[in-house]
Design a protein around this ligand. Structure first.
Ligand code: PMT
Length: 401
């Protein structure tokens, strides 16, 4: 879910950095757009470093530099991709331009082009705020459905006292969460999630691994954050960046993943094991690169630690444990067998031979199996949507337990 954060030129522009953090802490991806005046107060570099994305500072700065899948017309691409546009601080000038439909820079053009909710947090001198022109503009914007996070009263940067001071960033963030209908139902939960593959070394340059990208597990981390959960993520080697606001342990092997999971297990209320843990490792790792040779090469392998079985033996009452089953045949039968043998509360079965499901794609097609025999077959959906559906099932179980 992408949020466009517009920053216009007011003294409160620096507070937008804190707002960005609060939005990221709920797993939201942020695209910052700055007006020319905003850049007099804070540099784009600050927001680029915090958001991990290029900051948009003008209409014509990157002609033809569209990312794959995005429109070459950047303001249209951002307008279509944004689930909400929040402008904080919103100056008298920006509010006036929004009210009159003037689109003379990137931010105002974006605000005109989007169908997403627009939230503004006005910030200005008290006389400017109380001026009939500004109040008339605010009335027009409110009437059009723009959500206004009302400014507070107090000491203003200009030395005067009165209204016009930008609302607290927490209040602005809450308005965004409300506009997005984010839920809070994991507020008291700690989710321990495993993601990605494991790499079992054979020699200093080779390993046994699999095609897991980590996308499924990272989607759970994001879904958990959005629902205000605390997230502990144990990830095998992936190229994915973890959302800010979660604790991440990066590991390589099944043994290291087992150690990290067991260390965090006592804190977890919900455990979700999406990782594609290698089932075998070399009996001994050769200390030098195995040389090319004629004929066959025999590797001797032994089973890795079965992390779910160790979780089963150490779990405390009330912890909910969800497993995943990556299957290529007899999908539901095999998944049901794992559900019972590992005493899981739920298992999510995916047929990894299906197009649009399983490894390294953005979508999945899965069936959730419950211990009482119920099955919920889900259509193809994004991994984030699937994570949300599984969390819905977990929330139901937690209510009943
Ligand atoms: O990472 P992506 O590219 O997004 O791909 C997602 C996925 C295909 C990896 C994911 O959807 C998935 O199916 N994950 C489970 C993969 C797997 O290892 O399945 P399994 O049937 O072999 O294992 C069953 C369960 O036991 C899993 O929860 C697994 O984490 C766990 N396990 C497996 C082996 C082991 N030694 N210890 C374990 O705990």
């Amino acid at each position: 879910m992408r949020i466009a954060l517009g920053v216009s030129g007011g003294i409160a522009a620096y507070k937008a950095a804190e707002l960005l953090r609060l939005l990221q802490d709920r797993g939201l991806e942020i695209q910052v757009v700055m007006t020319r005046a905003a850049q007099e107060f804070v540099t784009p570099l600050t927001f680029a470093a915090l958001s991990g994305r290029r900051v948009i500072t003008g209409m014509f700065e990157n002609p033809g530099e569209a990312l794959p899948g995005e429109s070459a017309i950047e303001h249209i691409a951002v307008a279509q991709g944004a689930e909400a546009v929040v402008i904080a601080p919103a100056t008298a000038d920006v509010l006036a331009r929004l009210a009159h439909g003037i689109a003379d820079d990137f931010l105002t053009t974006l605000a005109l082009a989007t169908r997403a909710p627009v939230i503004v947090a006005p910030s200005m001198n008290v006389n400017m705020w109380e001026h009939p022109a500004t109040q008339a503009n605010m009335a027009v914007l409110r009437e059009r459905g723009v959500q206004v996070v009302e400014p507070g009263a107090g000491y203003l940067a200009c030395g005067m006292t009165g209204s016009g001071r930008m609302a607290e960033v927490l209040e602005i963030a809450e308005s965004v969460f409300r506009a997005l209908h984010l839920r809070d139902d994991f507020e008291n939960e700690t989710l321990l999630v495993t993601a990605g593959p494991t790499h079992e070394p054979l020699d200093p340059v080779r390993y046994l691994g699999n095609r897991s990208s980590g996308k499924m597990g990272f989607a759970f981390a994001q879904a958990g954050l959005r629902r205000r959960g605390r997230v502990l993520l144990v990830s095998g080697p992936t190229h994915l960046e973890a959302p800010s606001g979660i604790n991440v342990a990066r590991v390589e092997t099944a043994g290291q993943m087992a150690e990290a999971v067991l260390e965090w297990l006592p804190q977890a209320t919900v455990v979700i094991m999406t990782a594609a843990v290698a089932d075998f490792q070399a009996t001994s790792v050769v200390g030098h690169k195995i040389k090319k040779q004629d004929g066959t090469l025999t590797l001797q392998l032994r089973p890795t630690r079965d992390i779910l079985s160790e979780v089963r033996s150490q779990r405390r009452p009330g912890q909910c444990v969800v497993g995943f089953a990556a299957e290529t045949d007899h999908v539901l039968e095999n998944a049901a067998a794992k559900l019972h043998s590992k005493s899981l509360d739920l298992i999510v079965a995916n047929d990894v031979t299906q197009e649009g499901a399983g490894f390294a794609v953005d979508t999945n097609i899965a069936t959730i199996l419950f211990p009482d025999g119920r099955r919920e077959a889900l259509p193809q959906m994004t991994k984030l949507q699937l994570a949300d559906r599984v969390l819905d099932a977990v929330a139901e179980l937690r209510k009943c337990s």
